[in-house]
Design a protein around this ligand. Structure first.
Ligand SMILES: O=C(O)CCC(=O)C(=O)O
Length: 254
């Protein structure tokens, strides 16, 4: 794995809360990923709650501005056999230093000229469980990205400040799209990428993508690998303590 990563990646990642990996995967494998994701977007309307518009409610007769498919790798398990998936898993293992597993993935295809930035947020704000996320989040574009078509932006060091207050940019069912309002983004860094490159970030790192101002779709696949995968609930001290409390016989009250 070390050969894939710039030698100081780990240090920068801990310091800044994000990093750019220029050669995460190959252009050929990105072609394969796209050939697996495109058909999901072709049947977007049949995907139920896994498919929605990140930009807000879809008006009658209109197309989604930022269509998003959640758990694409569950809907299309061949995504798990791609080089991209395997490299992300290995990098997460390297950075977290413990066994890792798939936690979540989604894909966002921003329509041309969609006028819909993805608001500043921390992914931790979407975590509804009492156990904080301990995961690495990979953002993988399926074409070159730049400021014009909606590349990622990060605020270096923002993961050190804990979870900040988020509002709801768009309501959806019990939840919705989270957004930090009135943020000072003057120190934000844009991360343009070539095909095969990716950004990686931590659950508390503040990030954003601009509107797609280009004539083409801006396609991205986002993968989260976490410490101990789906076992993290069982292994976390909070849940071990809860199980112990349930197990230790209660003293009778006098
Ligand atoms: O691709 C985008 O526009 C935004 C992705 C994002 O913010 C995320 O995955 O948390």
């Amino acid at each position: 794995m070390a050969e894939l990563l710039p030698h100081d990646l780990s240090g920068r990642f801990q310091h800044d809360g994000f990093a750019v990996v220029d050669e995460l995967t190959t252009a050929e494998d990105i072609g394969q990923v796209r050939s697996l994701l495109d058909p999901l977007f072709d049947r977007f309307d049949s995907l139920g709650e896994r498919a929605f518009d990140l930009a807000g409610p879809i008006l009658p007769g209109a197309s989604p501005k930022s269509p998003e498919v959640n758990e694409a790798a569950v809907l299309e398990p061949k995504l798990r056999a791609t080089l991209t998936y395997e490299r992300c898993r290995k990098i997460a293992r390297h950075l977290l230093g413990v066994p890792v597993g798939y936690q979540f993935d989604h894909a966002i295809y921003k329509a041309p000229h969609n006028q819909a930035p993805t608001a500043w947020h921390q992914d931790e704000a979407y975590n509804l469980e009492p156990i904080p996320l301990r995961s690495i989040h990979f953002w993988i574009p399926l074409q070159p990205v730049n400021v014009e078509n909606g590349c990622m932006w990060f605020i270096p060091g923002s993961h050190h400040g804990g979870l900040v207050t988020h509002g709801l940019a768009n309501r959806r069912g019990a939840g919705g799209t989270r957004a930090v309002e009135n943020l000072d983004s003057s120190s934000a860094v844009a991360c343009p990428l070539s095909v095969g490159g990716a950004t990686i970030h931590q659950p508390l790192t503040l990030h954003y993508t601009g509107a797609n101002q280009s004539h083409e779709h801006r396609r991205a696949w986002i993968l989260h690998f976490g410490a101990y995968g789906k076992m993290r609930h069982l292994l976390h001290p909070t849940s071990i303590a809860a199980r112990l409390r349930a197990w230790v016989p209660r003293r009778p009250t006098l």
